[in-house]
Design a protein around this ligand. Structure first.
Ligand SMILES: Cc1cc2nc3c(=O)[nH]c(=O)nc-3n(C[C@H](O)[C@H](O)[C@H](O)COP(=O)(O)OP(=O)(O)OC[C@H]3O[C@@H](n4cnc5c(N)ncnc54)[C@H](O)[C@@H]3O)c2cc1C
Length: 425
């Protein structure tokens, strides 16, 4: 078990004690799977409620999001994006300049060879996560939160549909179940849509949930019910010794033999203290909930490719999510991108009143857009589960399973090598 100690006492971490820092979807999945492998796990988060990235995502378990944003096609669209012609990307030039090394490495991965390798790796995580999500939702008694109706990519023009041909080719190779719908077929499937689209791709084997935060909380409860410890604490300092790790919160010192960093966008705050800083950038994004007076609800999330938004029916209302903002992680919110896409979304579906203020989240992104999952070679006992950018909700459960299998030296269900954190050290 993890030990609370007075500040000057000896480090007495119990064998097999693991501390998982961060109780978003990734951390909670790690805690659950480590517990099931027999470790003594303490899960720690500074917040009792799920309020960060794992709260505010679009709730899509996206088999089709395995092609990272920095793919070979990006070279064709990057100029209009940089010129600010697309609401899908907004950036602060000074942030990009300060992170030019990250940017150069990010763009260096935008080639076909890298794309095939990364699609295969992410596909294995997404597929395994889908199975685990279904199993865990059932175990938690909230399978009703899962919608297995797929999701839709909507195209306003033949040009934008053709521009996605490369993506469709790779997704077909990955075994994604898709159907191209004409304008009429789209109308039959989703009669609530009031805009006329050129065509759509229906990704049929994608699922979605109506409240990602409640899903993460339900998984945390599974962990607690099985005897796991959850603590609310802001960990601001960490030290490593041959005996394990010493964690400092504002009023206590905690020791553990092994440490899992699953702090999403905040991972480097502690990793830098252990000389293990990752090359991480923050793809910020916003959402806002709206009421509707529509007669026909949406039956699945939609991604309007030309309108640059995702709209998901949620428990709280219709959640409108915007594109990517490359800016300092802690810069004040500036939801102009969200404001820009509200009229686009209203053309497609009758959104009435905003139900809350815009929410800001940060997607933690590594240069190859693969998460870091595994032990850090030069810091034995330090395990990472972070860097899940746009698809952490779709890949969290399998991340937890892979990490637990690696930590208990069991045969992993999926190939771990592409995710090794040591590719950065
Ligand atoms: C707008 C938007 C839409 C998205 N849509 C989707 C989608 O549809 N599908 C999908 O798969 N993914 C989506 N994502 C991405 C997904 O949400 C993330 O990849 C995922 O939530 C990351 O989870 P995490 O557990 O790594 O991080 P987080 O959920 O951010 O968790 C990190 C936790 O660390 C805690 N913490 C931080 N510092 C400390 C500290 N010092 N001490 C203790 N605790 C600390 C925080 O409180 C937080 O709970 C979206 C993201 C955004 C922003």
């Amino acid at each position: 078990m993890l030990q609370d100690q007075t500040r000057n006492s000896a480090n007495l971490a119990a064998p097999d004690s693991v501390c998982v820092l961060g109780a978003g979807i990734v951390g909670v999945s790690c805690a659950l799977e480590l517990q099931r492998q027999g470790f003594q796990v303490t899960l720690i988060d500074r917040s009792e409620a799920v309020i960060e990235t794992s709260y505010g995502n679009a709730g899509v378990l996206a088999t089709s999001s395995v092609l990272p944003m920095n793919n070979a096609r990006l070279w064709k669209s990057v100029l209009p994006m940089l010129l600010g012609r697309s609401p899908s990307l907004r950036y602060q030039a000074s942030y990009l300049l300060r992170n030019s090394r990250w940017l150069a490495r990010f763009m260096a991965n935008a080639n076909q060879a890298s794309d095939s390798h990364r699609v295969a790796a992410l596909n294995s995580l997404v597929r395994q996560s889908m199975t685990l999500h279904q199993r865990w939702l059932q175990q938690a008694g909230c399978e009703q939160r899962l919608r297995t109706t797929g999701w839709l990519k909507l195209y306003s023009t033949q040009n934008s549909f053709e521009a996605a041909a490369y993506e469709r080719r790779l997704l077909t190779t990955a075994g994604v179940d898709m159907q191209i719908l004409s304008c009429e077929e789209l109308h039959q499937l989703e009669p609530g849509l009031q805009q006329t689209y050129h065509c759509a791709t229906w990704i049929k084997d994608t699922a979605s949930v109506d409240n990602p935060a409640q899903v993460a909380l339900a998984y945390r409860q599974l962990f607690i019910d099985a005897g796991g410890q959850f603590r609310v604490a802001d960990v601001h300092r960490v030290k490593h010794s041959s005996l394990g790790f010493e964690l400092c919160t504002f009023d206590a010192q905690l020791n553990c033999e092994k440490l899992v960093i699953a702090l999403g966008p905040w991972s480097n705050d502690l990793l830098s203290q252990l000389d293990c800083k990752l090359p991480m950038a923050y793809e910020r994004g916003y959402h806002q909930h709206f009421s509707t007076s529509a007669q026909q609800p949406l039956n699945r999330p939609i991604h309007d490719v030309d309108g640059s938004y995702v709209l998901t029916p949620m428990e709280q209302g219709y959640r409108l999510s915007s594109g990517v903002e490359l800016k300092e992680r802690d810069a004040p919110p500036s939801p102009v991108q969200l404001e820009a896409v509200i009229p686009n979304a209203r053309r497609a579906f009758p959104l009435d009143h905003p139900l809350d203020q815009p929410w800001l989240g940060r997607r933690p992104t590594l240069p190859d857009a693969l998460p870091a999952i595994g032990e850090v070679q030069h810091c034995p006992g330090l395990w990472l589960a972070t860097g899940h950018h746009h698809i952490g909700f779709s890949t969290g459960p399998a991340t937890g399973q892979l990490l637990a299998q690696l930590m208990s030296a069991k045969q992993a269900d999926i190939t771990a090598a592409p995710f090794s954190p040591n590719r950065f050290f």
